[in-house]
Design a protein around this ligand. Structure first.
Ligand SMILES: NC(=O)c1ccc[n+]([C@@H]2O[C@H](COP(=O)([O-])OP(=O)(O)OC[C@H]3O[C@@H](n4cnc5c(N)ncnc54)[C@H](O)[C@@H]3O)[C@@H](O)[C@H]2O)c1
Ligand SMILES: [Zn+2]
Length: 457
């Protein structure tokens, strides 16, 4: 079974009335992919509507055309979002093409919901309630073989990224990495222990794991913890035997909305943070928001800064939602961007909103300022330079970050060294409007410095 829709078509299957045609184009837009409806391809080729083909040539003829269209579309590149009709999975040839080329998501619905949506539509198979229900029961087992299952847009994106909301005990692998604190709080057994927090992200810890793990090439490493633990474990998995599978089980808000999604993994060097790493997408990310119940307030605030960042990028006040929905929406937002641009050549840089300033403040403090506080301040600077004073006030209200006491020249030097500065110009992610990020090198250095200085006590 496919683990995610990276480099694969995202195929939507499910009963008629599940909402595939509504959701498909939205999903395609979020993933920056083309949307293809197999029914529309059939209609264009036959120069007749599906109902007309059914009525004048019969179902068998329609199924043959549908199968050919599905197989042709699935063989095409680049990967698209492909909607299949409710009966398309009846074809073994189509199912084989899906297994080879697609990550298949079952857009689930109940028979009653589906009937409410399609009765009276004149569709050939939606004229009799009893026959409709029988057909639903008959087809359900085939839908349930899909790689993932979803009920809405966010659900489909999360499934496509291999992100599952489930009890963390469901994450099964061959070895487990955690820090002692997390392992004890949540009764995680038989673990390879790593130090808590950033101290885990060292070459020495990676080496220790490489030497003590006894996994085969097919082995799966599970990491339970915050971003530090998952960054280290993911990096260890990326290089162990040239790459083994790994499962991220994020236990912090930062991890659940950000670090455990998208496959950026790595460690720090004395010269700087995250200087050695890889792109190694987790086979699964298992999110269990109950893990957050033991999270100290300060760690929660760190996460809230990333939630606010995501809300500004999405153009929606996601920070106002309850924890489960907050995490789900933020995780889906990041997952969509990363599926769209896994190697950060383009839109993935938007996730750095506020971070150029944040990294400068963190570095100038010798990494004593927590990332979340630095991000909160960085967002203020980015919003001010974007000319969005109203939004800056909201950030101030929600996160209330206190200016930090660091040396101004050291912070400015760090900002100019940041990897986003190219050819002597400072590249910043700003917002044209909430929901409309843009990357610019046009801001005068003096204004950037002024914005940075305003964050320093
Ligand atoms: N890979 C990415 O895309 C990405 C994105 C964002 C951040 N990161 C990285 O993540 C790291 C920060 O991760 P973090 O903010 O999750 O913190 P963390 O992993 O450093 O953990 C902080 C502390 O929280 C404790 N903790 C973890 N889960 C807990 C729980 N459920 N209950 C109580 N205590 C718990 C840990 O023991 C640790 O002491 C940084 O190194 C950052 O660079 C990576
Ligand atoms: Zn961050």
């Amino acid at each position: 079974m496919a683990a995610n829709a990276l480099d694969r078509h995202l195929a939507l299957v499910g009963f008629m009335g599940a909402g595939k045609s509504t959701l498909g184009p939205l999903l395609a837009e979020r993933l920056g992919r083309e949307f293809v409806s197999v029914d529309v391809v059939v209609e264009a080729r036959a120069e007749a509507s599906v109902t007309e083909i059914f009525e004048s040539h019969g179902e068998a003829e329609f199924r043959a055309l549908e199968e050919q269209a599905a197989v042709d579309m699935l063989a095409r590149r680049p990967p698209a979002v492909v909607e299949l009709g409710g009966g398309a999975l009846g074809s073994g040839r189509t199912r084989r093409a899906l297994a080879e080329h697609a990550f298949t998501v079952h857009l689930a619905t109940s028979p009653d919901e589906a009937w409410t949506r399609v009765s009276g539509s004149g569709r050939p198979r939606a004229r009799d309630a009893e026959a409709f229900r029988a057909l639903y029961e008959e087809r359900l087992p085939l839908y349930e073989e899909a790689d993932g299952r979803a009920r809405d847009l966010e659900g489909a994106i999360l499934a496509a990224a291999g992100v599952h909301f489930a009890p963390f005990g469901d994450a099964r692998g061959d070895a487990v990495v955690a820090d002692a604190h997390v392992a004890e709080l949540h009764s995680v057994d038989a673990v390879h222990l790593v130090p808590p927090g950033e101290a885990a992200k060292t070459l020495a810890e990676a080496e220790r794991l490489w030497q003590t793990l006894t996994l085969e090439r097919s082995g799966v490493l599970v990491a339970v913890g915050g971003g530090s633990t998952t960054d280290l474990a993911g990096f260890v998995a990326a290089a162990y035997m040239r790459g083994i599978g790994w499962i991220a089980v994020p236990s912090t808000l930062v991890g659940q909305v950000d670090a455990a999604i998208g496959g950026k993994v790595g460690i720090d060097l004395p010269e700087g943070k995250n200087l050695v790493g890889a792109f190694h997408w987790p086979t699964r990310t298992v999110i269990d928001t109950e893990l957050l119940e033991t999270l100290p307030e300060e760690e929660r605030r760190n996460g809230l800064a990333e939630v606010v960042k995501t809300g500004l990028l999405a153009g929606e006040p996601l920070w106002e939602l309850d924890t489960l929905e907050q995490v789900r929406r933020c995780a889906a937002f990041k997952a969509a961007i990363c599926l769209r641009d896994p190697y950060e050549r383009d839109v993935r840089t938007h996730l750095n909103l506020g971070h150029t300033f944040a990294h400068a403040l963190e570095a100038a403090s010798g990494y004593r300022v927590p990332h979340g506080r630095a991000v909160a301040l960085g967002l203020l600077a980015a919003l001010r330079l974007s000319g969005l004073g109203d939004q800056a006030r909201i950030v101030d209200e929600v996160l209330a970050p206190a200016p930090v006491g660091v040396d101004r020249d050291t912070a400015w030097a760090a900002l100019q060294r940041d990897k986003k500065a190219r050819d002597g110009q400072i590249r910043l992610v700003l917002l044209a409007e909430p929901g409309q990020p843009r990357v610019t090198s046009e801001i005068e250095p003096a204004r950037v410095r002024e914005a940075l200085d305003s964050l320093i006590a």
